[in-house]
Design a protein around this ligand. Structure first.
Ligand code: HEC
Ligand code: CU
Length: 307
């Protein structure tokens, strides 16, 4: 409704402008036949130039005042100075997952996202629950890009990659929980240690789905000849979990699995996930999709990290 009114006003202003220009032409044409009166012409010319000068000055003032008054707040803060935001979220992109810590923020106070990448360029984009994009910045290896955003509505926000970064680019998604200002932040970090086995199993499913399912699939079946299946996998079902922990901590590449050599790399997760998270993910793999292998503890992972 208001948009229609504004459009009509603009339209009338444009019509008036066209009318003024047309009037000028008509005036010139109507005067063109008259012989030049030297003295009078010179005077008129002089006045016209003065008027021109004034009009130009007025236009300049209108231009600068108008430009300044309609300036919008620029969303990219200075990149090298401390920003002092109350909430800081570290974001690391990697083919093909996001590591976001913490994964819960509050509404009402500004959040500083520090965004970087471990491998290639990615695009960090944040979508509101209604699927509208609210902010975005580039995730670049070797740089940390900062972007500020103040959430007004709680809900589950979605993170997506906006820069094509290879095979599983479209699967590179993650969620960010936004809670109302007064609410306590129930982060998934440290969720293990809550109510025992149930929360560990939930953590395992979450860690796997957030970080591993993009390649190995939620079904644990992988993608034939691209990503190995973990259902019935010899390392995952082995009684001795040493190799399993080692591969998840440090990654591996080019090792034939059941006669298939995979071109892609299994990334190491030691620097991104805590001992609890790695143990939970490993146990998820060892007890899902028909696997029944002995489970591990966070202490086992910690011990192997030291070797
Ligand atoms: C970017 C894709 C990708 C992601 C993400 C990924 N993996 Fe892998 N994973 C692979 C590939 C490729 C291999 C095979 C590596 C090789 O050549 O030996 C593999 C191998 C493995 C193996 C060893 C299988 C064997 O028989 O040697 C395990 C265990 C494993 N991944 C667990 C995980 C866990 C746990 C996560 C999440 C924390 C994860 N992977 C995330 C691609 C991925
Ligand atoms: Cu990407």
């Amino acid at each position: 409704m208001t948009a229609v009114i504004v459009q009509n006003v603009v339209w009338i202003i444009v019509l008036c402008g066209i009318g003024l220009v047309a009037l000028g032409f008509i005036l010139v044409i109507s005067q063109s036949g008259k012989p030049a009166d030297d003295d009078a012409t010179r005077k008129t010319l002089h006045r016209a130039h003065r008027l021109q000068g004034w009009l130009f000055a007025v236009l300049l003032v209108i231009f600068f005042v108008g430009s300044y008054a309609t300036l919008h707040h620029f969303p990219i803060p200075p990149q090298h100075s401390p920003l002092g935001a109350h909430q800081v979220v570290d974001v690391v992109g990697q083919q093909w997952s996001w590591q976001i810590k913490p994964d819960t923020v509050r509404t009402g106070s500004v959040v500083e996202f520090r965004v970087t990448s471990k491998d290639v360029n990615h695009g960090f984009a944040l979508y509101a629950p209604d699927d509208r994009i609210v902010t975005q910045t580039q995730a670049m290896p070797g740089y940390t890009n900062k972007v500020l955003y103040t959430f007004t509505h709680p809900g589950v926000y979605k993170v997506q990659c906006l820069e094509y970064c290879g095979l599983m680019h479209a699967e590179m998604t993650k969620t960010l929980q936004v809670v109302a200002a007064g609410q306590t932040v129930a982060s998934t970090q440290g969720a293990a240690g809550g109510n025992g086995e149930a929360s560990t199993a939930a953590l395992g499913a979450k860690v796997f789905n957030d970080n591993c399912a993009v390649c190995h699939q939620a079904s644990g079946k992988g993608v034939p000849n691209v990503f190995p299946p973990l259902a019935g996998n010899p390392v995952v079902t082995a009684k001795d979990p040493t190799e399993h922990i080692e591969i998840v901590l440090n990654g591996t590449q080019g090792k034939p699995i059941n006669g298939v050599t995979y071109a892609a790399q299994m990334p190491g997760w030691g620097s991104q996930l805590t001992d609890e998270e790695i143990a939970a993910a490993i146990n998820h793999e060892r007890t899902s999709w028909g696997n029944h292998a002995p489970t591990v503890t966070a202490k086992d992972v910690a011990a192997q990290r030291k070797q």
